[in-house]
Design a protein. Structure first.
Length: 174
């Protein structure tokens, strides 16, 4: 049903490990089919974690090919270090069945500062676990949008009744 995509820009193996650990329930429940790591400058430590966990590792410049080859009908875009909270897989499985082309998880921190941060996260539209139909992403990629930022620009996404704890640090280079 879902392929998770993460873009790694540094050698933060702990951040990747934290995100991968939170994805395990989705694999167990049959919601998550694969995890694809886009290598945008990740180090050997991160590569070792990704390969040990069974992730598919592709160079970031092969994003379009990675999307076309994804196993899931839906793509869950996550930031390394983000943690999906318990119950996410069931909520996502139920929501995407009735969703349009995109939906987004809910920030675990509902403080005013977090809500303002969510609204201003234009450089990282997938900060809160953006889920999009793979065919929509593939169509956007064919039109010349070749980065995750370009592919997810101006996406209208409905809510998923599942919580995510966003990565605590901004992604490098964004």
């Amino acid at each position: 049903m879902v392929s998770a995509f993460l873009e790694m820009r540094d050698n933060d193996a702990a951040a990747l490990g934290m995100t991968l650990a939170s994805l395990v329930p989705g694999a167990v429940e049959g919601v998550l089919r694969e995890v694809v790591i886009l290598d945008a400058g990740m180090g050997a430590d991160v590569r070792a974690v990704a390969e040990h966990a069974g992730c598919v590792v592709r160079p970031v410049d092969e994003l379009e090919g990675a999307l076309h080859g994804a196993k899931g009908e839906w793509v869950l875009l996550l930031e390394p270090g983000a943690t999906l909270m318990p119950g996410w897989a069931e909520a996502l499985g139920t929501t995407v069945a009735a969703a349009g082309d995109a939906c987004r998880l809910t920030n675990e921190d509902r403080s005013l500062i977090a809500r303002l941060s969510d609204m201003t996260a234009r450089k990282r539209p997938w900060r809160l676990g953006l889920v999009m139909r793979r065919r929509v992403l593939c169509d956007r990629a064919r039109s010349g949008r070749v980065s995750l930022v370009e592919l997810t620009r101006a996406v209208r996404a409905g809510p998923v009744p599942a919580l995510i704890r966003p990565a605590r640090r901004p992604a490098a280079g964004l």
